[in-house]
Design a binder for this molecule. Structure first.
Ligand code: GDP
Ligand code: IMO
Ligand code: MG
Length: 422
């Protein structure tokens, strides 16, 4: 009985994929619990970069079985591409990838509805990845969705047509042009492909494995500040990205959870719209974007960049019950003379360490503590204790604020660039 959870503590893209790939040999099962192909999790192995959108990030290690859980929404077209790519790399997808029959399907019309809704919002748009995430979760909670298991039923075509009709009626509310036939044909072919993969009752599979003493790592997508309940609503995604989402997204009881590993960058980034108190709209922000290659793994959009926001990180640690932190991308700040860290907000004259309810409209001024830069190439160090003292001071500053250990430090995108604290 051992379940650990690994998830993002900021606005996504913290480097979850890299850390999962590194930790995967310690586990029997890696299971994605929410989100869909809005995610892009990057692994860099022997100089080769792989971006996974739906398949869990343990797939390129030999040991673990990878499960796409019931909380995930699946676009069969994206999944087919990913699986074909993995097969071409020699991965035995047939036995190493299992898919929950209760995961919901993203339909071609979900993607069109996503685009139509965003277009109608104009300047207020969320900045969605346009992968159909929100309309699919709306149909799930509205009890209209199609699930993976439904593709095995003889009624599938009828059920599909019924939802498609409903979506077409909804689309008439928007002044939005679209073309369906080509995408629909690809989707139907991908459904046929999906039928050939291993579709299971994952809640039973997982709980049986846990009873046998197997170890599971639950893989989060997006990040805590994009959570449907606790993120910067409405500028969020449509799923539960926090630790509790692993229970509902996999069918695991809460008392089975052991470690909650929170991933954070040494600074902050955000893609799409919405509040970002420490955002840097100046030369420094541009420098972080360039050095950190901060462009979306899924959409290629430039990521907004800013300093580390400790009140937001503390909030994320509280919501998730984080037991240890993996800090990524500190190497991006190698050349900086100084590093600012937000320790408090000034809310219209009042100091606060809490995320205000009205974060989207409040006048928030971040209050910074200025720390000395380490001016050292972190990539050259191979043990945690050998890291430069100025950098260790930076880590201690974060640990003291959060009262949580930084147990891992990532110093580059490559699998082996990870230092563990003793
Ligand atoms: P995820 O969505 O949380 O898995 O993160 P992404 O893969 O979308 O974005 C993280 C990006 O940073 C990817 O391009 C990674 O290869 C890269 N990356 C991860 N860790 C590090 C690190 O410690 N240093 C640097 N420079 N890049 C990193
Ligand atoms: P990973 O797992 C960063 C953002 C989008 C948008 C908002 C809503 O790679 O960290 P959606 O398509 O979900 O309706 O978009 O959420 N977003 C992400 N940002 N990383 C992600 O995933 C994201 N998934 C969604 O940019 O602002
Ligand atoms: Mg990503």
């Amino acid at each position: 009985m051992a379940v650990d959870i690994l998830l993002g503590l900021q606005w996504g893209d913290e480097g979850k994929g890299k850390i999962i790939d590194f930790l995967a040999p310690q586990y029997d099962l890696i299971a994605r619990f929410q989100g869909g192909p809005n995610a892009g999790h990057t692994l860099v192995i022997n100089g080769e970069k792989t971006v996974l959108h739906t398949v869990p990030s343990g797939i390129l290690q030999e040991r673990p079985i990878n499960i796409i859980g019931n909380g995930v929404v699946i676009d069969p077209i994206t999944l087919q591409k990913e699986v074909e790519f993995l097969k071409s790399k020699g991965v035995d997808v047939g036995t190493r990838l299992l898919i929950s029959k209760k995961a919901h399907l993203i339909l071609p019309t979900h993607k069109i509805l996503d685009a139509a809704s965003e277009a109608a919002k104009g300047k207020e748009k969320i900045g969605s990845t346009l992968r159909g995430i929100s309309p699919t979760y709306m149909d799930k909670t509205g009890r209209n969705g199609l699930r993976v298991g439904d593709i095995l039923s003889s009624n599938f075509q009828d059920a599909y047509r019924q939802i498609r009709e409903k979506h077409l009626r909804l689309l008439r509310l928007y002044d939005f042009e679209f073309s369906l036939p080509q995408e629909e044909q690809k989707w139907m072919e991908a459904i046929q492909y999906l039928r050939s993969l291993s579709l299971i009752n994952s809640e039973y599979y997982i709980n049986d494995a846990l009873l046998q003493g197997k170890r599971l790592l639950a893989e989060g997508a997006q990040g805590t500040m994009l959570d449907i309940d606790f993120g910067t609503y409405p500028y969020v995604t449509s799923s539960t990205t926090i630790a509790s989402g692993a229970c509902s997204g996999l069918g695991i009881a809460p008392q089975k959870i052991r470690e909650v590993i929170g991933i954070a960058k040494a600074y902050c980034t955000r893609v799409g719209g919405g509040p970002f108190p420490t955002e840097l709209l100046d030369e420094t922000g541009e420098q972080i974007r360039k050095k950190g290659n901060e462009f979306g793994s899924t959409t290629g959009r430039p990521r907004r960049c800013g300093w580390l926001d400790l009140p937001a990180l503390r909030y994320a640690c509280m919501l998730n019950g984080v037991t240890q932190i993996a800090l990524t991308k500190s190497d991006v700040l190698n050349d900086f003379e100084y590093i600012d860290v937000c320790t408090e907000y000034n809310l219209a004259g009042n100091p606060s360490r809490e995320i205000p309810y009205d974060i989207c409209t409040a006048n928030i001024q971040p209050v910074y503590t200025r720390l000395c830069g380490w001016k050292n190439d972190l990539r050259q160090f191979s043990t945690y204790d050998d890291l430069p003292e100025t950098f260790l001071g930076y880590l201690r500053f974060i640990e003291d604020y959060l009262k949580i250990p930084v147990s891992m430090v990532s110093t580059g995108p490559e699998r082996e660039k990870l230092l563990l604290k003793n």
